[in-house]
Design a protein around this ligand. Structure first.
Ligand code: CDP
Length: 203
């Protein structure tokens, strides 16, 4: 199969990662979690533009990139246009590889891959997303209160949607899935149906 790009965008903890991994596995596509690029730049410290231009596979393999702190640092460096520019080619090359690719992030359907064969915008209410993230961090037995996580979700949403460079928004031709009232299984099923329909039309 030739190149086939699935762009999956949406706010923090909407379910993009889980849906992306599931559809990549199902259709045999490669998967790139583009948030990891920004997390790695934010986590490394120093001059974010220089770090983004010289990002290495080891930087992406750090085991602390999923922390709330790394997410916060990521959303700060992600507002810098030179940082975003430094990461474009890597993402586009990944997207056009033979055999299909799924990329999830904030600007895949709008900026990185405006010609993607499938564009999904995965969202859910801030409360539902904060609850998911809070449970991931350990819930009642974890270090974070639900209120603190909700506050971080709202801050990050505002920063990601309000920035001048590649703000988070659905592409005009994206299919939006609001997963507030869906189980993960239901959301994955809906996403797969959209992709299968597009592949069926000659991919
Ligand atoms: O997993 P979660 O949705 O919380 O975060 P992520 O996808 O790892 O992204 C972390 C931060 O990186 C986001 O809040 C964005 O500010 C930034 N990001 C971006 O600007 N563009 C992307 N394509 C991916 C992430």
């Amino acid at each position: 199969m030739s190149a086939f790009t699935v762009a999956i965008d949406g706010p923090a903890a909407a379910g993009k990662g889980t849906i992306s991994r599931a559809v990549a596995e199902h259709f045999g596509f490669a998967h790139l979690d583009t948030g990891l690029l920004y997390r790695a730049v934010g986590a490394k410290g120093g001059d974010p533009v220089a770090v983004a231009r010289a990002l290495t596979p080891q930087d992406l393999a750090r085991d602390d990139l999923r922390s709330l702190g790394a997410g916060e640092a990521a959303s700060r460096v992600a507002a810098i246009s030179e940082v975003r520019a430094a990461l474009v080619d890597f993402q586009r090359d990944f997207a056009r590889r033979e055999g299909g690719a799924v990329l999830d992030g904030r600007d895949i359907g709008t900026v990185i891959c405006p010609g993607a064969e499938v564009k999904l915008f995965i969202t859910a209410s801030p409360e539902v997303r904060a609850r998911r993230r809070w449970l991931e961090t350990g819930g009642d037995t974890g270090a974070e209160s639900f209120e603190a996580v909700l506050e971080q979700v709202r801050t990050r949403d505002a920063r990601d949607m309000g920035r001048a460079e590649a703000p988070l928004r659905p592409a005009d031709d994206a299919v939006t899935l609001d997963t507030s009232e869906m189980s993960i299984a239901q959301a994955v099923e809906r996403a797969m149906a959209v992709i299968a329909a597009r592949l069926g039309r000659g991919g």
